[in-house]
Ligand binder design. Structure first.
Ligand SMILES: Nc1ncnc2c1ncn2[C@@H]1O[C@H](COP(=O)(O)OP(=O)(O)OP(=O)(O)O)[C@@H](O)[C@H]1O
Length: 864
């Protein structure tokens, strides 16, 4: 907002402007009575985004100030919408009692809600972490830290100073917000902001914040500490409260995990599908059958960071196997887990001070299951020789405390009573008795007065203006004895309302007791909540253990349901998958059966060159391999009859549609950049998957590039590589490259009808069947015939290159002579012919040729 001369404004507006100056990049929700109001530009933005009316307010100046507002009690939904759009919202409240205010009521921002700092339950997906990330630049490194404020998890790492890796890491975390210093001026920030819509916030301070020293006390490297401090400073400054639940920072290194760049993760559809961006249809969707939100979040984290440590992977296999073998125990634990709530986020809310009585009830319900789960796991460890971590408490005293104190039917509100059980606190019981006795006295009074006056319809009511009253219908007024000590309070159309001194006396006793009880209940509740807080670290540990058990049970369920097998991890560089499947394609196939395929790369084979018709299943075969490796390295079983696999260090993929990772680049350029990335970073322990690399340029260029990339990998990198291509000429490489094998996906042609068999076999394919696929796509018969004729000519030509005079454009036969003779050419038809005449077919790639034909055909169709 431009700087404004405040002197012309009313005092309230001046107060607004002063506060707004400090929150320039946020929408300021300014509390006025029962509304949060927004002014000036904020009002324009909010009214457009929220589709609410834009009004104006007198503010001392000539023109009214633009304004819009939302009721404070329903503000949550509006705030959520703004946060979803990537805005930040500063909540400005009255911070003193208006009755005590001298002049204008003091107001201040009590909290800044940003996409990475939302705590509210309904705002965020319960099965996804809400991470906020930070980057700090050092001489030779980037420090990266991220935190989920709702669960308190905190991670930190040092990366080599490489922009691409930095971008990859930040995108891998899938944070909702990024915090950097204002001076952090790197291209990747623009990419993250503009291309990926990440909210970027600024925090300069990296000196330690008081009270949070323990988070970094284990860190020896001052760069890690500085990185974390920036994040903690930002969180404390925005939340303006104690964030005790943030856990000690966990140091990680990207070298401890299977590396995949963001492009590969997206293309392999690990946590969402490429097209619809939904969870359904992704690998995560398939393997997440967890019972708790914590388990769900952990599976997502695992899929993002598969392991490379054989022992750690095998430990997970052992537990998955144990849960398959002892499915009775698994079912028992599964049933128990259904009653376990999101402990991590509950603890977050307890520490944050926003937990209500229902949250504590959820905690109690969760704790009630823990002793049983622990017993079951103990037996599992003993009988199945597993290594499930049992170093967690069963929290008996905490359970007892919650059980004695919190009312099972407690309301959400903390101020209206009903939170605490009878018998928990003597004083509360007394107050409740007083209130109950008072009410009993009133009930007796009604009976007594009815009897005395003979008025059957006499009743006692209550309203906020004058409390308890006796009500008598006007038609019965003559029955009221003269000596009644009734004092008239209100006359209605049909009745009169009275009070009596005794009634008022009891009333003040009841109301006094109620009020005292409610505030005592609140005090008791807060003190119980504070007691729970003391168990915070232990509860967080419990949450971790439960999440792991839940995730491994999920793997066992998925493995059993989908016929997955335990992989054999080998130290040799062998891949031997028998009857492997693409787990997600198989799962969603309804009418047909997935054709199982082997992947065989023994110690002497590094590259599989895959040929086969379009649509035969080349990409699916390669994706199947990548997903199998990922599943194996997260500790899940894999979709095959048997699988022997090495542990891969990195996966590189270039599959399918063009990606928009690096904006402003052509598909071919992106493809080359990705190929280069793989070539520079892959090792002999990596897996490279290249789908038709080189197809995006002219045939000979593409083929030459594809061949040299294959040769380079074969000679210099020796990574296990799957390379699909339509350049059949490349299959000859098998003769010269010893560690390359041809495989092809089979298809069958009967009387010109093509059937895809999806079966992968050794050897090159004999034909590409491109024209048959075009036929399946129902291109016009005349066009298909013409391409068959051209193909024949090309195939009969030994040099496989058409000479100009082999190919007379004017002999094109798209219709009978009579048809063309009868109708003179329209303008469109004329243009089609001219384009054809002027097109140099020898400069076109097959795809460009298809596109050209498609456009021409559309032109002809539009002419009809
Ligand atoms: N093993 C299989 N069993 C059953 N169906 C399969 C199998 N593999 C692939 N398919 C089906 O065939 C379709 C095409 O597969 P895919 O995209 O892998 O072909 P492609 O050979 O890579 O094609 P193109 O060369 O045109 O890119 C898939 O959508 C899938 O439904």
């Amino acid at each position: 907002m431009k700087s404004i001369d405040k002197s012309n404004y009313t005092p309230m507006m001046r107060q607004y402007l002063t506060i707004k100056e400090q929150y320039n990049d946020s929408l300021l929700f300014f509390r006025l009575g029962d509304f949060y109001e927004l002014f000036f530009d904020d009002a324009h933005t909010a009214s457009e985004t929220l589709e609410i009316a834009l009004t104006g307010r007198e503010a001392g100046t000539k023109e009214r100030v633009p304004m819009c507002g939302v009721p404070y009690h329903s503000a949550e939904g509006y705030i959520q919408r703004l946060i979803d759009y990537g805005f930040k919202v500063a909540i400005c409240e009255q911070v003193e009692d208006p009755k005590e205010a001298k002049g204008i009521v003091k107001r201040d921002v009590v909290r800044l809600i940003t996409p990475g700092t939302v705590m509210e339950n309904g705002f965020i997906d319960e099965r996804t972490n809400n991470f906020i990330t930070t980057i700090t630049e050092f001489e030779t490194n980037f420090g990266v830290a991220y935190c989920d404020l709702t669960t308190g998890e905190l991670y930190v790492s040092l990366l080599d100073k490489n922009e691409k890796r930095l971008l990859d890491e930040v995108l891998s975390v899938q944070g909702k917000e990024l915090v950097v210093s204002k001076s952090f001026d790197h291209e990747s920030i623009d990419t993250l902001k503009n291309h990926y819509g990440l909210t970027v916030s600024y925090e300069s301070e990296i000196s330690p914040v008081t009270g949070y020293h323990n988070l970094t006390s284990d860190l020896i490297d001052s760069r890690l500490t500085a990185t974390i401090n920036r994040l903690i400073n930002y969180l404390v400054n925005t939340q303006k409260r104690n964030l005790e639940h943030i856990q000690k920072a966990k140091i990680y290194s990207v070298h401890e995990y299977l590396k995949m760049d963001v492009y590969s993760k997206r293309n392999l559809e690990i946590s969402e599908t490429l097209r619809s961006k939904t969870r359904k249809g992704s690998l995560l969707w398939l393997v997440d059958q967890s019972q708790t939100a914590m388990g769900g979040r952990l599976i997502k984290q695992w899929l993002d960071r598969p392991l490379i440590d054989k022992q750690a992977i095998s430990r997970r296999y052992d537990i998955v196997q144990a849960f398959i073998d002892d499915f009775i125990t698994r079912e028992e634990i599964k049933k128990s887990l259904k009653n376990v709530y999101d402990l991590e986020r509950l603890v977050g809310r307890i520490s944050y001070g926003t937990a209500n009585a229902r949250d504590l009830m959820q905690l109690k319900s969760s704790l009630s299951e823990i002793p049983f789960i622990k017993e079951q796991l103990k037996t599992l460890n003993k009988e199945q020789k597993t290594d499930v971590n049992l170093d967690f408490d069963t929290f008996d005293p905490l359970f007892d405390l919650l059980d004695e104190s919190i009312n099972e039917e407690a309301p959400i509100s903390l101020k209206d009573g009903g939170l605490i059980k009878d018998g928990f606190n003597e004083e509360l019981d007394k107050l409740r008795d007083a209130s109950t006795n008072g009410r009993k006295w009133i009930a007796e009074l009604v009976a007594k007065e009815k009897e005395r006056t003979g008025i059957k319809s006499l009743k006692v009511g209550f309203n906020k203006v004058f409390g308890y009253y006796i009500e008598i219908r006007k038609t019965n007024m003559h029955l009221l004895p003269e000596d009644s000590n009734y004092e008239r309070k209100q006359t209605l159309t049909n009745s009169e309302r009275f009070i009596t001194p005794e009634l008022k006396e009891k009333e003040s006793m009841i109301l006094g007791a109620d009020e005292k009880a409610m505030s005592l209940e609140y005090e008791l509740f807060v003190s119980i909540r504070d007691k729970v807080k003391q168990y915070m670290n232990e509860l967080q540990k419990l949450a971790k253990r439960i999440a792991e058990i839940d995730a491994l049970i999920s793997f066992s369920l998925v493995s059993e349901e989908n016929r997955f097998v335990r992989p054999k991890l080998t130290d040799k560089r062998h891949v031997d998958i028998k009857n492997g499947r693409h787990p997600v394609v198989e799962k969603v196939m309804k009418d047909s059966v997935y054709v199982e395929n082997d992947v065989t790369m023994d110690g002497n084979t590094d590259l599989l060159l895959i040929t086969g018709p379009n649509m035969s299943g080349k990409s699916t075969y390669m994706r199947q391999m990548a997903l199998t490796v990922i599943l194996a390295q997260v500790g899940c079983f894999v979709p095959a009859d048997s699988a022997t696999l090495p542990i891969f260090d990195k996966i590189f993929t270039r599959i399918g549609a063009s990606d928009d990772l690096i904006s402003g680049q052509s598909t071919f350029m992106v493809e080359m950049l990705e190929a280069n990335n793989a070539i520079l970073n892959a090792t002999a322990d990596s897996l490279i998957i290249f789908d038709e690399i080189g197809r995006g340029t002219a045939t000979y260029d593409g083929m030459a590039l594809a061949q040299s990339i294959i040769e380079y990998i074969h000679e210099n990198i020796k990574a296990k590589t799957m390379f699909s291509t339509h350049y059949h000429e490349l299959t000859n490489l098998e003769e010269s490259l010893k560690r390359l094998k041809n495989v092809h996906v089979k298809a069958k042609e009967d009387n010109g009808e093509l059937t895809f068999l999806h079966k992968v076999e050794f050897g090159p394919t004999d034909k590409s069947y491109g024209i048959q696929v075009a036929k399946l796509a129902e291109l016009p018969v005349t066009l298909i015939k013409r391409s068959e004729a051209i193909l024949k000519r090309l195939e009969s030509n030994k040099e496989s290159v058409l000479k100009e005079d082999d190919y007379n454009l004017f002999s094109l036969d798209f219709g009978t002579e009579e048809e063309t003779a009868l109708s003179p050419l329209s303008q469109e038809e004329q243009e089609v012919l001219e384009t054809l005449e002027n097109t140099n077919i020898f400069e076109l790639t097959p795809i460009e040729a298809m596109n050209t034909l498609y456009k021409l055909q559309n032109k002809l169709k539009s002419n009809k």
